[in-house]
Design a protein around this ligand. Structure first.
Ligand SMILES: C[S@@+](CC[C@H](N)C(=O)[O-])C[C@H]1O[C@@H](n2cnc3c(N)ncnc32)[C@H](O)[C@@H]1O
Length: 405
């Protein structure tokens, strides 16, 4: 299976139906094929709580997911991707929308921009799947701005010889420029210019499905194309993703909570737009245990499975060697009194392998000392990034008998 087919995870039946409809549109130049899909195959379009539509994905591990959370597709775009940005609407704005899908995140950005600015907005939308973009033409627009996005999607599908009729009526305002790149985001990003974007939206499927879209090397490209005060917004709260941002030279901070138990993640090359530290134990686990080992894709061309397998192997090698075992959340007990004796024995067995004699040893206190200054607020010399990097350094010193207590 090609990478494009593998990463296109909308349900096979709707995928085939959409492709067939556009084959017919090209052959018979009739609008009925595109227009009938939504009404005739409504079961694949899922209406979610805020009234917007999502699409079902393929069955993965006996589970069928939708492209968006059940709380709301378009509301999710505003809450997770637009509100945290604090864009300066006195200036022109450039956004990179990675995994554009039905185009909701870009549409929310356009809506907010039109309400607040008379400058120029440029969005690069990256999406690998033509049928998924085409599905964006079929769903009823949840907000007016989605009609603008639809016009741009249709144009891109016409340019790609996928669509053959111009049916979208809305004109794109002159101060809005939407460029849609239909290809693997990893390829496209390598050709985008340095220091360009005020915001990057990162909205892939989960890391087990698309680890290539959350790798350290992909984020190094983010670092190259984003402006120094730009912000990356993503829904994930995953440790390897956050750690990859730190290793790619970003500050990371807690994003808004929406439709999930945990807040997502914001990342920026500078501190000025970030306000909230990650949760305390998340900082400790990602810094000290193998759970923080990022996904790697050195030349931005590995398959998802290769990236997952390589990380499993790297975690295995790192455990008890350069990282504390993530089993039973061992690192969060450093410097803590423990009543549960069996658990304490397991934790201390794991710690001993890293030259840490016990949860209350001087080595344990030394490693997590930076967390004594933990504050939910962000400060120049005390924030998630500085604490995580300091704990990594201290663990290395202890393991290699170089600590100066
Ligand atoms: C969770 S959905 C995104 C939903 C979207 N943001 C919206 O507003 O509808 C993830 C999307 O990533 C796309 N995708 C998967 N792998 C990709 C890749 N390597 N490059 C670009 N897009 C990719 C999928 O086709 C899918 O549309």
């Amino acid at each position: 299976m090609s990478y494009v087919e593998e990463s296109t995870v909308i349900d096979d039946t709707i995928y085939n139906l959409i492709n067939e409809a556009f084959d017919n549109e090209r052959e018979y130049k009739d609008s009925k094929y595109r227009n009938s899909i939504f009404t005739e195959h409504n079961e694949y379009f899922v209406k979610i709580d805020d009234g917007s539509y999502s699409i079902k994905s393929k069955e993965i591990n006996h589970k069928v997911e939708t492209l968006h959370t059940s709380t709301g597709a378009i509301s999710e775009s505003f809450e997770k991707f637009i509100k945290p940005l604090k864009l300066n609407y006195d200036e022109d704005i450039a956004i990179l929308d990675i995994c554009a899908g039905l185009g909701y995140n870009s549409s929310a950005a356009i809506d907010d921009f039109l309400k607040n600015s008379n400058k120029n907005l440029h969005i690069d939308m990256l999406e690998i799947s033509k049928p998924t973009l085409a599905a964006g033409l079929m769903v009823p627009s949840p907000i007016e701005a989605h009609d603008i996005t639809k016009k741009a999607i249709e144009k891109a599908l016409l340019d790609a010889d996928y669509a053959s009729l111009e049916l979208e009526k809305t004109e794109i305002p002159e101060n809005i420029d939407l460029k849609i790149h239909i290809d693997d985001a990893r390829k496209v990003i390598q050709n985008l210019p340095d220091n360009t974007y005020d915001a990057i939206f990162l909205d892939p499927f989960s890391q087990n499905m698309s680890p290539e879209l959350v790798s350290l090397e992909f984020f190094k490209q983010f670092r190259r194309v984003i402006k120094d005060n730009g912000i990356v917004a993503t829904y994930t709260s995953s440790a390897p993703v956050r750690m990859a941002f730190i290793e790619a030279d970003f500050y990371v901070s807690l994003g808004p909570i929406f439709g999930r138990f945990q807040g997502g993640t914001l990342a920026s090359p500078s501190l000025e737009n970030l306000t909230k530290s990650l949760v305390k134990n998340d900082e400790i686990k990602m810094a000290l245990s193998d759970v923080g080992i990022p996904f790697r894709d050195p030349n931005l061309d590995l398959s998802s499975q290769e990236i997952l397998d390589n990380r499993t192997e790297e975690r295995h090698k790192a455990r008890h060697n350069t990282k504390i075992s993530s089993a039973v959340k061992t690192p969060i007990f450093l410097g803590q009194e423990m009543d549960d004796e069996p658990l304490k024995r397991r934790v201390e067995r794991n710690l001993a392998k890293m030259n840490i004699p016990g949860v209350l040893s001087k080595e344990a206190f030394y490693i997590v000392e930076p967390m004594n200054d933990y504050d939910e607020e962000y400060f120049e010399d005390n924030n998630t990034r500085t604490r995580v990097l300091e704990m990594i350094k201290r663990l290395d010193e202890v393991k290699n008998n170089k600590a100066d207590f």
